[in-house]
Design a protein around this ligand. Sequence first.
Ligand SMILES: [Zn+2]
Length: 362
Amino acid sequence: MALGSSRVNVNNRQGIDYRQMAAGFARFGRPIIDAHAHIHGKDASKVYAEVQELFGVGVTYSMTQLHLCAEVREVMGERVRFMCIPTFSHPDKGHAFRAGYLEAIQEYHNQFQASVMKIWSSPRVREIVPDGERDVWAIDSEWRVRQCELAVSLGMKIMVHIADPDTWYQTKWSDAKKFGTKRGEYEALERMLERFKVKWIAAHCGGWPEDLEFLTGLLARHANLHFDLSATKWMVRELSKHSRAEVLEFLTRHKGRILFGSDIVTMDDHVTAKKGMPESIKSDQASSPEQAFDLYASRYYALRTMFERAGDSESPIADEDLKMVDPGKFDAMSAPILRGFGLPREVLEDLYFDAARGFWGI
Ligand SMILES: [Zn+2]
């Protein structure tokens, strides 16, 4: 079957042949490490494994649901490593985010030698665990602390998803009484960075690619903190608003602490036509192997174009946040400017693998 079709879709606005374009990127002495993805599904992992190979990614650190790790490992072997996440699909979400997560962390350790435990602290947790204000919502709340204690006792490092894009605080999280403030999340994070001295990754450019100055202060105050640059649409939209000089200065100053990542989410729902209720909102993103290929490949293509190439272009990926913030000006196919930062090779090597090798002590 011909994968990587040139059909125009939300993940391929310009009808690019991503397979052909992948071959045009530089090869480095070592494989790229993707520090942040979510790989699920036997068939979807096969599509993803091809994309991984095409774009020079050798190892992917994946937050895979515990019960789906074995089938992903079967397809990908040593090209995937697992990180712990709560069992989002569990019918009792309160349990999944409390004692259920302690059980899951232990199993990730026993069965899959997971080296990182993730705290997921988007404001959405307030909707998922509505009774968790005192013991679950905050990054430094009771159950989060217990989970960190267990992870650290098992020799793990910690990843945190903190906050969400500014665009979401302007729209769906704008009710601060219900969802808290973005700045408030960081006060709790800083207490945890003090309390648990292991290495941390704050995902998605520390959750605040909109404000590099704030992030520089955060990194200066906490030597154990690292970032990944995952969440392709968010990174492309917001990093592209900074000048090349600002981004280059940020990455150079924080050498060794900023890791490449995609936040690619794969699932078998992406490779089949939908019948009945989709497994999650993410399953609507593709419904054939060709569309799944474009969905996954577009992330590496956009990120590598932004980091390696020079010149501004429109992102190949439609970004629904534009319409969410300004529905009068944007539609479902609108995309932001993607700035080509044309980073020097030594900066790319640090971002693509040296920082990750340092983080994991490879
Ligand atoms: Zn993620």
